[in-house]
Design a protein around this ligand. Sequence first.
Ligand SMILES: [Zn+2]
Length: 270
Amino acid sequence: MTNKHRYRSLFLIFCFLLISLFLNGCARFKAYNVATERYEFILLSPEAEVSIGQDSHKSILKEYKISSDGEKQKRLNDIGKRLAGVSDQKAYDYHFFLIEKDELNAFTTPGGYVYFFTGLFDKLETDDAIASVVAHEIGHNSARHIAKKFQAALGYKIVGSIILSTVDMGGAFATQIASMSASALMNIVSASFSRQDEYEADSLSVKYMFLAGYDLNGIIESFDILMAESKGSSVPAWLRTHPFIEDRIEVVKEEIVFAPYRYKEIQKNK
Ligand SMILES: [Zn+2]
């Protein structure tokens, strides 16, 4: 074998090893998602998401004031826990916080942290309407949309190094989050969800509302209230991060009709 051939063989072996390592790394991060019923490539483990959620919470507390109205906080908590009990993602311990702010908004951070603004909470009259927004946020969490949002915002540039090593990525992300300002963090949270993510979270909200025994019309009720608040250029904050509302209403109406047939079996086994 000439030197040239020897180098070529060594190079091919090296490439083969590199590809094997890469595929092995990918497989390590590819996990089945019960909520979306798909295998997904997500670098963050649910445990890492919880850690990011905890760090984000500290930053959020610097920016916002948690409501001191115990009665309202309890109402939110009761609704949240009832929905979390039937949700798909069991690796999280869900937390629900009412933020004192006159804004039509609610958002979620990784690891099961759901925040509701008093402005929106007070506008929604029934438990069913409140439950619909909470169920939608739980949907984004269960489907790990919010984990993907954070992952994308923090950059995929480190992906290569993670895949080829055993670095605890969750730890690295959490360290980044801990050093971020509350406003930088809110920039990630306020990035809009994609159309597919919205449909998926709506679908999951129908599922969780149905399984928890809420009136599914609460979903339409909250959509109507948010739509009525959209005047000209003033769009409620929740609709900015959760866009495509007209299309979503059409789809969700159909989902509501089929829910009793679709989720009857799961309901029986609960
Ligand atoms: Zn959404």
